[in-house]
Design a protein around this ligand. Structure first.
Ligand code: ADP
Ligand code: MG
Length: 307
C-alpha cells in the first residue's frame, strides 16, 4: 500500500468516511488515475488541519481564558528555574492523564494567574478542553444551581473540561453553604479530572475557605493527593513594573533610584501582610500532607481530537 493510500484510509477513518476510505484507491486505480492519489491525500490533510484549527477556536471560545494571558506575553525568565521547569513539563499535558492537580501559591502580583492562563492556552492548543473561572464566581454559580436543584447538572457540565482552572481560591470569605458546594466540586473531580488552583493563602489558612478543620483537612487531602505544587516565590510583577516606571521618570540627578538593577527583587511593599506571609508553610504542609509526586477534557467534547 502506498503512503498516500495509507494516509487516505487513516484520514477517512478519522473523518468517519469509511466508504470513501475503502473505495478511493481501487476506483482511482481502475480509472487509471493512481497518480492522483497523493493529491487526494493532500486535500484530506488540508481538511484535517482545518478541523484542528476550528476545534481550537471552539475550545478557546469555551475556555473563557483571558486572551492576552498567553506564554507569548509572559516573561518566564523572572521565575526561578525550578518553576520554569515545572511549567514547561505541565505544558506537555501528561498530568491530565493521571487527573493530577496543579496548585499555584504565592503572594499577590507574582504571576500565578498569568502563568496558569498561559498553561491553559498551551493545553487547549494541544486539543484539551480547558475552563477558566474566578473561584468565587464558580462558587456563586454552583450555589445558584444547588438552590434550583440543578447542582448535578452543573457539575456534569464542568466534567466536560479536562482542566478546570479555579483562580484565586480563598480570595473572598465564604459562608458554610459556599464552602459546601466548593467541597462537592473538589470531591467530584477527585482522581477523575484535573484542577488547577491559584491561591494567595497557604494551606494553613485554608480553614478560612472551608470553614471547619475537618472539611479543610479533607479538602486539602483530596486536592494535594496527586498534585504539582508551584511556588511563586518572586517579587510582585506589578510592584516591579511600577517601580520601573517611577525609576524612569526620575531625573538623572537621582542615581541611587535610577540605577537600581531591574532584576533586583522589589521591596515587598504591601506584599508581606501578616495573613499572607509564610509561603514556606506551603512546602511544610505539602510534606506533611503527602503531596503527590510531580506527575503528570461538544458541547466541548470530552477527550481528545474528535474530528
Ligand atoms: P497573581 O495572580 O499572582 O496575583 P497576576 O498573574 O495577576 O498575579 O500578575 C499581575 C500582573 O502582572 C498581570 O497583569 C500579569 O499579566 C503581570 N505579570 C505577572 N507576572 C508576569 C510575567 N512573568 N511576565 C509578564 N507579565 C507578568
Ligand atoms: Mg491572581
Amino acid at each position: 500500500m502506498s503512503t498516500a493510500t495509507g494516509r487516505i484510509r487513516e484520514l477517512c477513518h478519522r473523518f468517519h468516511l469509511p466508504t470513501v476510505g475503502a473505495e478511493a484507491e481501487p476506483r482511482f486505480v481502475a480509472a487509471g488515475q493512481a497518480t492522483a492519489l497523493p493529491t487526494l491525500a493532500e486535500v484530506l490533510e488540508l481538511e484535517a488541519e482545518d478541523r484542528r484549527q476550528r476545534r481550537i477556536t471552539r475550545l478557546r471560545y469555551a475556555s473563557k481564558l483571558p486572551p492576552g494571558k498567553t506564554a507569548a506575553t509572559f516573561d518566564a525568565m523572572r521565575l526561578p528555574p525550578k518553576l520554569q521547569h515545572q511549567l514547561g513539563e505541565l505544558a506537555g499535558g501528561a498530568f491530565l492523564e493521571h487527573s493530577s492537580n496543579v496548585l499555584a501559591f504565592g503572594l499577590p502580583g507574582t504571576g500565578k494567574t498569568h502563568a496558569v492562563c498561559a498553561l491553559g492556552h498551551r493545553l487547549l492548543e494541544a486539543g484539551h478542553a480547558v475552563y477558566f473561572t474566578p473561584a468565587y464566581r464558580l462558587v456563586q454559580e454552583l450555589l445558584a444551581a444547588k438552590r434550583d436543584l440543578a447542582l448535578p447538572r452543573a457539575l456534569r457540565k464542568l466534567d466536560q473540561f479536562e482542566v478546570l482552572i479555579l483562580d484565586d481560591l480563598g480570595y473572598v470569605q465564604q459562608d458554610t453553604a459556599e464552602a459546601d458546594v466548593l467541597f462537592t466540586l473538589l470531591a467530584e473531580r477527585y482522581e477523575r479530572r484535573s484542577l488547577v488552583v491559584t491561591s494567595n493563602l497557604v494551606f494553613s489558612q485554608w480553614d478560612q475557605i472551608f470553614r471547619n478543620p475537618m472539611a479543610t483537612a479533607a479538602a486539602i487531602d483530596r486536592i494535594v493527593h496527586h498534585s504539582v505544587i508551584l511556588e511563586f516565590d518572586v517579587p510582585s510583577y506589578r510592584t516591579e513594573a511600577a517601580k520601573r516606571r517611577t525609576d524612569r521618570s526620575l531625573p538623572e540627578t537621582q542615581p541611587s533610584a535610577a540605577k537600581r538593577p531591574m532584576s533586583r527583587p522589589a521591596e515587598p511593599v504591601g506584599t508581606k501582610s501578616p495573613d499572607l506571609v509564610g509561603l514556606n508553610q506551603t512546602s511544610e504542609s505539602k510534606t506533611s500532607l503527602k503531596a503527590g509526586e510531580d506527575q503528570e477534557g461538544e458541547e466541548i467534547v470530552a477527550g481528545r481530537w474528535q474530528e
